[in-house]
Design a protein around this ligand. Structure first.
Ligand code: BF8
Length: 641
């Protein structure tokens, strides 16, 4: 593989070259030698029973006349494609929501005073969310209304939040945070999610051999599960993390592999759940650990992150991300990574093979995410002795510092960035003290300085050039005065490529957006956190609706969503909860729908009639951005602005 074809990022290119020199195989090599299955890519391989796998490729020249393709049981291409699609939603919703469940468990043990290393950092947010869980925040004493004890509120919120996963009756409580017309659409379509676990389990049941055989009915269940993710598991994860670890506010940091330091102990946290990494941050900052590192000959400890754990510790502590999903092997190939600490999701099993070639300690920490290779160390993290576990891990990294070989190469590339935005800080920067929440933002959309809002999110995919689609699309959007909200690896990419500084406005934006950013002092691309924090984008959109002047529902807004280099099932769940919340959502690369044109049309066209949002796919990044802009313009026209 030619490194220049693999990535647009010079640090990544340098590290691929080094990997080749050292003969360490990476994902970029495997993407060359293994090609994807053409039938699977079209979404029409059914392996849900042992009479198959049944493969239903499109006939040459496409379908003319009746589509007679069927599996052994008679399953049509639409049924098979819809089954596969909603199983991806189930996988994604399960991942996000199980992460949320873990956070709820820690929150509950903090509320019960069983876990002493954590505390409630944002009691104001706790009081804000309590009413959604039907928890009272005040009480009558002697005829007077007084605030309730925060610990009591925490306990009740913890129990109520935890019940969202498996309660026997009712529906997901956060659904009522959505704009009223959207709630009515969900009720009318019969897709209001009941509880998180049930919607996911029901997908597995319905897609079992011989159950649901109507793509529309299958998709209804997909919608319930996706909404249970976006307005349920993910949103609860975000909120409880903010309550426990602090709600982010804008802060300065850096991004890319160049944040690692040769003369420091380098620890990288990688994965998604911030429960352990919060403690690792605290341990790395402790005088005891810093002194120990110096004793071992290091100048200090440099903590950095990969993937969404990186985003979590970035937005709350300014810990710099060392890279995106596709840079995880490269961080070890620097030869300077003394320990990589992983939790859950998006972790390459090949990390263990790469770590074998260097001194790096690879440490798994989560009971549900272990690795079979014998060089991997498992230190199971337990919230009841969180700090003790974190210190043990940090100490192990420090002890490993003297074991480095002389051959260390950290690319010199890193970029300054501002991160840590959220619903609250957007309100602060773009709200109005006089007319209320989000007024300045709405006003600037109405007067046309800001043409619209885009959410650009999601992964890297080794089948596309690393970061190219993210950056091309974001640049095209801001050039056309569309403000960008971003999360996940897309956010890390935007940081790496210099789009998250206020100075980026003058260089890359159209005149209207540049003026707003310069006046307010914000970057044109706002980092809203990790992938569960896409729930922040849902709530920001809801605030824009509430501020008035731009219609009554999320689907009325001049807004669009994008996942340029998606690869994970989580991206499909996110994509679908945005569509079902009224957002036109464009994916890059390819969607596994081409083999079932009728089902594809259902997602691309019919969804709009039901929810106001619909799916699309466009691999060409410039065309991709312009499809989003065309939708934004269509909405502006409908609003008469
Ligand atoms: O949850 S963007 S590659 S790290 S899946 Fe994974 Fe994709 Fe990155 Fe975060 Ni999200």
């Amino acid at each position: 593989v030619d490194p220049r074809d693999a990535s647009i990022d010079p640090a990544t290119q340098e590290m691929i070259q080094r990997a080749q020199r050292l003969q360490v195989e990476t994902v970029f090599d495997r993407a060359m030698t293994m090609k994807p299955c053409a039938i699977g890519m079209q979404g029409i391989c059914c392996k849900n029973c042992a009479m198959g796998p049944c493969r239903l490729p499109l006939p040459k020249g496409g379908i003319t006349g009746e589509d007679t393709r069927k599996g052994l049981c008679g399953a049509t291409a639409n049924t098979i494609c819809a089954r596969n699609f909603i199983r991806m939603i189930a996988g994604g919703a399960a991942a996000h929501s199980d992460h949320g469940r873990s956070v709820a468990e820690v929150f509950r043990s903090v509320a019960r005073k069983e876990s002493h290393d954590y505390s409630i950092k944002d009691p104001i947010k706790l009081v804000d969310i309590a009413p959604y869980f039907d928890v009272a925040t005040t009480v009558e004493v002697d005829g007077k209304t007084v605030d309730r004890d925060i610990d009591e509120i925490a306990l009740e919120v913890a129990e109520a939040a935890y019940a969202e996963w498996g309660k026997p009756e009712g529906s997901i409580k956060y659904v009522k945070r959505a704009p009223k017309p959207l709630q009515e659409k969900w009720a009318q379509e019969g897709v209001v999610p009941r509880n998180v676990d049930r919607e996911i389990v029901e997908i597995m049941h319905r897609t079992h051999m011989g159950v649901d055989q109507d793509y529309k009915n299958l998709m209804k269940q997909g919608t319930r599960a996706a909404l249970a993710d976006g307005w349920g598991g993910s949103m609860i994860a975000t909120d409880l993390q903010d309550v426990l670890f602090g709600t982010p506010s804008p802060l300065q940091s850096e991004a890319n592999l160049g944040v690692m330091k040769e003369d420091h102990v380098n620890i990288i946290v990688h994965g998604h759940e911030p429960v352990l990494s919060e403690m690792v941050v605290a341990a790395c900052q402790s005088q005891e650990m810093i002194a120990y590192a110096q004793e071992k000959g290091a100048k200090g400890i440099q903590l950095s992150g990969i993937c969404c754990t990186a985003n979590e510790v970035l937005q709350r502590h300014g810990v710099p991300p060392a890279g995106t999903f596709l840079q995880q092997e490269l961080a070890i190939i620097t030869g300077a990574c003394d320990a990589m600490v992983v939790d859950i999701q998006c972790i390459f099993q090949n990390l263990a093979n790469v770590a074998k070639c260097f001194h790096t300690k690879l440490i798994t920490t989560h009971p549900i995410a272990r690795m079979e290779q014998e060089n991997v160390i498992h230190i199971e993290f337990d919230e009841h002795h969180a700090m003790e576990d974190a210190k043990r891990i940090v100490k192990m990294a420090i002890d490993n510092f003297p074991n480095r070989s002389a051959d260390v190469m950290i690319p010199r590339h890193k970029t300054a960035q501002i991160a840590g935005f959220g619903v609250e800080s957007i309100r602060y920067h773009l709200g109005g003290t006089f007319r209320g929440d989000y007024y300045t933002l709405n006003d600037n959309i109405i007067n046309g300085r800001i043409r619209g809002i885009a959410g650009v999110v999601g992964c890297n995919n080794a089948r596309t050039k690393h970061n190219e689609e993210h950056i091309t699309i974001i640049k095209e959007l801001i050039k056309n005065d569309v403000i960008v909200l971003t999360t996940g690896c897309s956010a890390i990419a935007a940081g790496m490529h210099g789009l998250m500084t206020p100075g980026a406005a003058a260089v890359h934006c159209g005149p209207g957006l540049a003026e707003v950013c310069e006046t307010v002092g914000i970057p044109p691309v706002l980092h809203l956190g990790s992938c569960v924090d896409n729930s922040r984008i849902l709530l920001a959109a809801t605030e824009v609706v509430r501020a008035g002047g731009l219609g009554n529902d999320i689907s009325d807004l001049p807004a669009a969503g994008s996942a340029p280099e998606w690869m994970s099932e989580k991206a499909i769940s996110i994509g679908h909860y945005f569509v079902a919340s009224g957002v036109y959502t464009v994916f890059g690369y390819s969607l596994p729908l081409e083999g079932a044109p009728v089902f594809k049309d259902y997602l691309y066209k019919d969804m709009e009639r039901m929810y106001g949002g619909m799916w699309d796919c466009e691999p060409d990044p410039v065309k991709h951005a312009h499809k989003m802009i065309a939708h934004i313009d269509k909405k502006r026209k409908e609003l008469g602005i």
